[in-house]
Design a protein around this ligand. Structure first.
Ligand SMILES: [Zn+2]
Length: 240
């Protein structure tokens, strides 16, 4: 808080609790200096934070005269809480200057650091979504994601998802521990394991046949993959 903000806060608390009023100018100036010092690292307002509101709530609930620490302590708790809820990833879409392929580059590290600072200072709300599940399924999910190869941070992968739809779909299935059709070959279009299904298109002009990768797998392949996963699960349970 700036001295001006601290002075405004003091005027407000004196209004709420007249016992805090000081007739002596020197004592008032001394108190202002003390509050300015102790609240210099506390913002007046931030994400989910309002110092005036905290002071008001304190006065409403406590018979004691408010101290600067009654505002600074809740702020540090608020800040720690925001940091613990933050998953430590940043939204790449909010940082177009960052090259996601340069993940160990300075821009990426600087952006992560800037975001942590922004959350600590209350300028930004923490990112609280967590992709990981808990429990025994999480281990299976982790194994499948590891098999697909985690060569970039997951948030970056999400931002790039639209440019690599096949991989994004496989990662989504792995996270949900749903059957992945690409783990088996397709008996319909003969696409090999790890290859997407192919659609056949015939050029009406020269009758030439073309194959292009399809976004979806043939239904028989989905069925085969589901059966294969069931078999795997049964085998794993029998082994356990
Ligand atoms: Zn197919």
């Amino acid at each position: 808080m700036t001295p001006r903000e601290v002075a405004a806060l003091l005027a407000y608390v004196v209004q709420l609790d007249p016992r805090l009023a000081l007739d002596d100018q020197a004592a008032a100036a001394e108190r202002l200096t003390q509050w300015c010092d102790l609240l210099s690292d506390v913002p007046a307002t931030a994400h989910g934070w309002d110092a005036a509101r905290v002071a008001r709530d304190y006065i409403a609930r406590n018979p004691y005269r408010i101290q600067p620490s009654d505002v600074s302590r809740p702020w540090h708790t608020h800040k720690a809480d925001a940091m613990s809820r933050h998953v430590g990833t940043f939204e790449p879409t909010a940082h177009p200057e960052v090259d996601p392929d340069d993940q160990y580059g300075n821009a990426y590290v600087a952006a992560l650091r800037a975001e942590r600072h922004a959350i600590a200072a209350g300028h930004q709300a923490p990112t609280t979504h967590r992709a990981l599940t808990a429990g025994p399924a999480a281990a299976v999910v982790e194994r499948r994601l590891a098999a697909l190869g985690e060569y970039m941070p997951r948030t970056v992968a999400q931002a790039l998802a639209e440019y690599r739809p096949v991989r994004a779909e496989r990662e989504r299935l792995a996270r949900e521990n749903a059957p992945d059709p690409l783990t088996v070959a397709c008996t319909w279009c003969k696409a090999a394991e790890d290859e997407p299904c192919r659609g056949r298109a015939i050029n009406p002009r020269n009758q030439q046949t073309r194959y292009r990768p399809m976004g979806k797998s043939h239904p028989c392949r989905v069925e085969d993959a589901t059966a294969a996963q069931l078999t795997r699960h049964t085998t794993q349970e029998a082994a356990a």
